[in-house]
Design a protein around this ligand. Structure first.
Ligand code: PRX
Length: 661
C-alpha cells in the first residue's frame, strides 16, 4: 500500500457494544488515554510495571527479586531472576485446585460431532500421568522431548507434562517431512518423541507414526523411545525396544507428579523456525518471561474475562498455537478450543458453526483463511449466530483491507474489535496490536505497540532512527521485553548475529515497516530472504537447498511472488546439470516432490521454471530482485540491469514466465 492508499483508509472507532453493553464485561483498557499511560509506564518503568504484572498473573514458588537484567548489546537478557515457578502448575494445578470442574479444553474433532471436553481436574491427572511416564523413561530436567502430533488434547498434555518435569519440549509441526523432523530431532538431541498412529484432518488420515519411523530409520539418533497415541486405530509398524503405546504407559502411571521448581530463566521450549540462511534455528524460550507475555497478551489484546471461550485456529506446531492455544489461555484459567479440522471441512461454514456451537468469545485466525472463506461466498457465514463474539483476531501475515473489512462486517457484524496482531516466533507473544476497548483501528495496520515494546523504524543503511511519516524502514525494538527469545539452541552467536548485532542496541525483526501521520504502524513484510506463504514461514535458502539436492539440478533460485490468496507464493528458477534428458513436465513434478519430501507439503513451489541460466552479477551472484520483478509483472521497471554478466538472460526468463511477447 502506498501512503496515498493509507490516507484513503477509514478509521474504525471502538465498537459501542464493547464499551456500553450491560451484557459484556468492561474492557480491561477502555480508552486510548489509559492505553497510552500504561504503555508509557511499561517502557519507562519496566521494573515496576512488569514486576506487578508478573505477581498478578503468575504463581511463583519462590518470589523474584530482580525484575529485569541484561542488554541487547551483551545478549544476556533475563527476567525475574531469582524467581522460581512451574509452567504446568500455572496452567493447570492452580485452576484445578480452585475450579476442578471448569472446562480447560474443548476439543472439536475433525468430524463436527466429535467433541471432547476436558476439565482442569482431568487435565491435571492426565498431565501428571504423562509426566510420570516421561520420568520413568529417564527423562529429566533439561532433557529434550520432541512432539510430532495432530491437534488432539494429548498434544497439550504432552507439552504440559514436559513443562512439569522441566524437560524442554520441541513441537514439530506435523506437516513437516521425515527429513525435517530428523534434522530437528538431531539438533535438539531429543531423547523421546511423542506421536500418534495417525492424524485426522479434513476427512483424511495422516500417517504420523510412519513419518516418525522414516525420520529415525538407518541413522544413529538420540531417540530412545517413541510414545504412540492411538488416534485412528490403523495398525502401524512397531519397534519393540523403542515404541510404547501411550494408553498402556499412562495406565501404569501415578496420577500425581509434583511440579519441578524451575528458575524463571530455565528453558521452557524450543521451536524451530526458518531464517534467511542456513538450517532452521531452534528458538529458545524460557519460563517466567514467556509465560507472562503469553498471559498478558491474552488478557489485554483479547480482553479475556472469566467464562470466555477462547479459540485460536493455529496449529500447535507453530508459535501461535503455543502461546494462544496452550500457554496464554491456560495460564489465565480460560477454556481453550482445540480444533482438529480445516476451515472448509465438511463445508466452508465450519469456523462459523464452531463459534455458534461453543459460544466462542475470542476467535483468532490467519488472513489466508479469511481470504479463502471470503472467496467462497457470504452464504456460508450468513444466518449463523455469531453474537457471542467480542474480539476477532488476525495473525501471521499482513491482512489486506478487503479481507479486514469482510472479517469485520460478515464475521464481527461491525460489533467486534478486530485485532491485527503482529509478532514472531522470536518475540514469544504479540508485540504490536490494537486493544479492543481502546484503539481505533485502520484496516491493514497492526496499530500500536503492546506494553513494554518500544518500536523504532530504522534506516536500513545507516541504522539511524527514521522519524519520517510514511517512509518504510526496518522495524526494530529498543529495549528487552519479558517474552523475547533468549537464544538459538546451542548457537548463541547465531542469535546475536541474526537479531542483536545487525543494529547494535536494538532487536532486529527482519520486517519492513512505516508509521503514518497518526503514529499507526504498518508492517510491510520481510526484508530478508524469508517467504511467508499462508502465514507459514519459509526460507528461500532452505527450498533452494532441497532443490539442488536433486540429481538433475545444477543451481536453484527461489523467490516469493505476490499471491492474492496465500499472500506470497513460491517461484523456483532451476538450471539443470548437462545432458539431462527428461521432459520439463516430468522434471517439475519430480522437483515438487523433492521439496515436499525434504521440507513438507506446505513448502511446495507454486511454479517451477527450468531455465538455461539465472540473471547474475559479474561476480556470479544471482540477482533475485530481477526474478521477483519478473514474476510480479513489474519487468518493465527492472531498473539498471547492465551490471548483469549476461543481460540477455532476462528476456528469455520473461518469456518463460509470461509467454512470448
Ligand atoms: O513477517 C512477519 C509476519 O510473520 C513473521 C513471523 O512469522 P512466525 O515466526 O512464523 O510467526 C507467525 C505468527 C506470529 C513476521 O516476521 N507477520 C506475523 N504477523 C503479522 C505479520 N506480518 C504482518 N502483519 C501481521 N499481523
Amino acid at each position: 500500500m502506498t501512503s496515498a492508499d493509507i490516507d484513503q483508509i477509514v478509521t474504525h472507532p471502538v465498537p459501542e457494544r464493547l464499551l456500553k453493553s450491560p451484557d459484556f464485561p468492561t474492557p480491561h483498557v477502555d480508552s486510548m488515554e489509559k492505553y497510552k499511560a500504561m504503555w508509557k509506564e511499561s517502557v519507562e518503568k519496566p521494573k515496576e510495571f512488569f514486576g506487578k504484572l508478573a505477581t498478578d498473573l503468575l504463581s511463583w514458588s519462590k518470589p523474584f527479586q530482580t525484575v529485569t537484567h541484561g542488554s541487547f548489546e551483551k545478549g544476556d537478557v533475563a527476567w525475574f531472576l531469582e524467581g522460581e515457578l512451574n509452567a504446568s502448575y500455572n496452567c493447570v494445578d492452580r485452576h484445578a485446585l480452585k475450579t476442578p470442574d471448569k472446562i480447560a479444553i474443548i476439543h472439536e474433532g475433525d468430524e463436527p460431532d466429535k467433541v471432547r471436553r476436558i476439565t482442569y481436574g482431568e487435565l491435571l491427572r492426565d498431565v501428571c500421568r504423562m509426566a510420570n511416564v516421561l520420568k520413568s523413561l529417564g527423562v529429566r530436567k533439561g532433557d529434550n522431548v520432541a512432539i510430532y502430533m495432530p491437534m488432539v488434547p494429548e498434544a497439550i498434555v504432552g507439552i504440559l507434562a514436559c513443562a512439569r518435569i522441566g524437560a524442554i519440549h520441541s513441537v514439530v509441526f506435523a506437516g513437516f517431512s521425515a527429513e525435517s523432523l530428523r534434522d530437528r530431532v538431531m539438533d535438539s538431541s531429543a531423547r523421546v518423541i511423542l506421536t500418534s498412529d495417525e492424524g485426522r484432518r479434513g476427512g483424511k488420515n495422516i500417517a504420523t507414526k510412519r513419518i516418525v519411523d522414516d525420520a529415525l530409520r538407518d541413522r544413529e539418533t538420540p531417540v530412545e523411545h517413541v510414545i504412540v497415541l492411538r488416534r485412528t486405530g490403523t495398525p502401524v509398524p512397531w519397534e519393540n525396544d523403542r515404541d510404547l503405546w501411550w494408553h498402556e504407559e499412562v495406565a501404569k502411571a501415578r496420577t500425581f507428579c509434583s511440579p519441578e521448581p524451575m528458575n524463571s530463566e530455565d528453558p521452557l521450549f524450543l521451536l524451530y523456525t526458518s531464517g534467511s540462511t542456513g538450517a532452521p534455528k531452534g528458538i529458545l524460550h524460557t519460563t517466567g518471561g514467556y509465560l507472562l507475555g503469553a498471559a498478558a497478551t491474552v488478557k489485554y489484546i483479547f480482553d479475556y474475562h472469566e467464562n470466555d471461550i477462547f479459540a485460536c485456529m493455529a496449529d500447535i506446531g507453530w508459535v501461535t498455537g503455543h502461546s494462544y492455544i496452550v500457554y496464554g489461555p491456560l495460564t489465565l484459567g480460560a477454556t481453550t478450543v482445540l480444533f482438529e479440522s480445516t476451515p472448509t471441512y465438511p463445508n466452508p461454514s465450519r469456523f462459523w458453526n464452531l463459534i455458534e456451537k461453543h459460544k466462542i468469545t475470542q476467535f483468532y485466525t490467519a488472513p489466508t483463511a479469511i481470504r479463502a472463506l471470503r472467496r467462497l461466498g457470504d452464504e456460508w457465514v450468513e444466518g449463523i449466530d455469531l453474537s457471542s463474539l467480542r474480539v476477532i483476531g488476525s495473525v501471521g501475515e499482513p491482512i489486506n483491507p478487503e479481507a479486514w473489512d469482510w472479517y469485520n462486517e460478515k464475521v464481527g457484524k461491525g460489533k467486534c474489535a478486530v485485532v491485527d496482531t503482529y509478532w514472531q516466533t522470536e518475540t514469544g507473544s504479540i508485540i504490536v496490536s490494537p486493544l479492543p476497548g481502546a484503539t481505533p483501528t485502520k484496516p491493514g495496520s497492526a496499530t500500536f505497540p503492546f506494553f513494554g515494546i518500544d518500536p523504532v523504524i530504522l534506516d536500513p543503511t545507516t541504522g539511524k532512527v527514521m522519524d519520517v511519516v510514511d517512509e518504510t524502514g526496518v522495524l526494530a525494538i529498543r529495549q528487552p521485553w519479558p517474552s523475547m527469545a533468549r537464544s538459538v539452541y546451542n548457537n548463541h552467536s547465531r542469535f546475536m548475529e541474526t537479531y542483536l548485532s545487525p543494529y547494535p542496541g536494538y532487536y532486529f525483526t527482519g520486517d519492513g515497516a512505516s508509521r503514518d501521520k497518526d503514529g499507526y504502524i504498518w508492517i510491510r513484510g520481510r526484508v530478508d530472504d524469508v517467504i511467508n506463504v499462508s502465514g507459514h514461514r519459509l526460507s528461500t535458502a532452505e527450498i533452494e537447498s532441497a532443490l539442488v539436492h536433486h540429481e538433475t539440478v545444477a543451481e536453484a533460485a527461489v523467490i516469493g511472488g505476490f499471491d492474492s490468496l496465500t499472500g506470497q507464493c513460491i517461484h523456483a528458477f532451476v538450471t539443470l546439470k548437462p545432458h539431462i534428458e527428461a521432459t520439463e513436465d516430468f522434471l517439475t513434478k519430480e522437483l515438487t516432490l523433492q521439496v515436499r519430501k525434504i521440507i513438507g507439503p506446505f513448502a511446495a513451489p507454486k511454479r517451477i521454471y527450468i531455465v538455461n541460466d539465472h540473471p547474475k552479477t559479474r561476480s556470479g551472484k544471482i540477482m533475485r530482485r530481477v526474478l521477483r520483478k519478473i514474476v510480479d509483472n513489474e519487468h518493465k521497471q527492472l531498473g539498471d540491469i547492465s551490471t548483469l554478466a549476461d543481460p540477455s538472460v532476462v528476456a528469455v526468463i520473461i518469456e518463460k514466465v509470461h509467454g512470448p511477447v
